[in-house]
Ligand binder design. Sequence first.
Ligand code: HEM
Length: 301
Amino acid sequence: MSHPQSGIIPDHAKSGIFIEADFQASALDNIKKACAASLDELSKLQQQFPEADVALTIGFGDKAWRLFNHPEEGTDLKPFRPLGNGLAPATQHDLLIHIQSMRHDVSFALALNLLALFGDDIQVLNETHGFRWIEERGIEGFVDGTENPTGENIQKVGVIANDKVDAGGTYILIQKYLHDLKKWNKVNLQQQEACVGRSKQDNIEFDKAVRLPDSHLGRVNLKENGKTLEIVRRSLPFGTASGEHGLLFCAYCHCLHNIETQLLSMFGETDGKTDLLLTHLSKAISGAYYFAPSIERLKAL
Ligand code: HEM
C-alpha cells in the first residue's frame, strides 16, 4: 500500500511555504538523497512540535520527473503552458516544496532544514509564505475553501487510487495571483458578489439560475458526464500590506484533467469567457504543474 505525502492533508493550516526551484540533471543522485532525508527532517519536527501538524509535499515538474525514469508513474504530467493570450503565464520549475502547518515558526524551521539538505544542488526561483487570514477569507474579503473536499474525500479527490501503479501520487498546480485591491474596492458589493457567485459576508452560494456564466463559480464549478470536477485546494493569502499581495493558488488532484479543465474555463480557452475575478481583482504571475509521488516512491526515487 502506498501513502500520499502529508502536505495534501491539513485543511485549515495557518501557514504555508511554497518553494519552487530548478536543478541540473547532474545533481540527480544528490536530489534523491535530499528527498529521502527531507522526510526524516519532517518526522523530527513532527515529534518535537506535535501541535503544529507540520506537513510536507515534494513534487517535480515534467522535465525533472522524467529524469527519475519511472515512465509508468505520473503519466498525466506535462509542463504548464501559457493560457488566455498570456493572461496566465507559464513559469514551470523542476522542484516544488510545499510546507503546511499550524505554526509559521515550525514551517519556517522545516524550510530552512530542507534548503540546507538540497544545498547548492537547487536554485530557488520562488519562495512564497502564505498565511491564513481572518475567517479563512482571501484578502479580497470572500471566504475561500468552503467547497473543498473534507474527511475521506480529501484522498479520494486528491490522491491517485490504490489500484494504480502510481498510487499515493498526486498532481499539483501552483499559481501566484496578485490582487489589485484599489481596483477591487471600487467594485460595489453586489458586483463583487456577482463576480464570485457567492455572497460576501455570510458566504451563501448563488443559485445556478442567477449565477453569471463568467463568475468565478460559473467558470470552475463544472460537471462532466453528470459528475462535478473536484479538486483539493490548499491556497493561502500572501504578501505585504503596502506592497504585493494576493493568493498563492495551490490545488491537488488525482488527475491533471480536473485542474486543467477549470483553468482553461477561467482563462477563456473553452467558450471565450474569462473569469470576472481576472477582470476586476487579480492577475496570474506564475503557473506550474508538479507530480508528487507517494512517500514510498519519494524514499526510493
Ligand atoms: C471557489 C477565490 C482561483 C477553483 C472559490 C471561492 C472563492 C475563490 C472565494 C468560493 C468559496 C469556496 O468554495 O472556496 C479564488 C480566487 C482565485 C481563485 C481569489 C484567484 C484569483 C482559482 C483557480 C481555480 C479555482 C485558479 C482552479 C484552477 C475553485 C473551485 C472552487 C472555487 C473548484 C469551488 C467551486 C464550487 O464547487 O463551488 N474560489 N479562486 N479557483 N475555486 Fe477559486
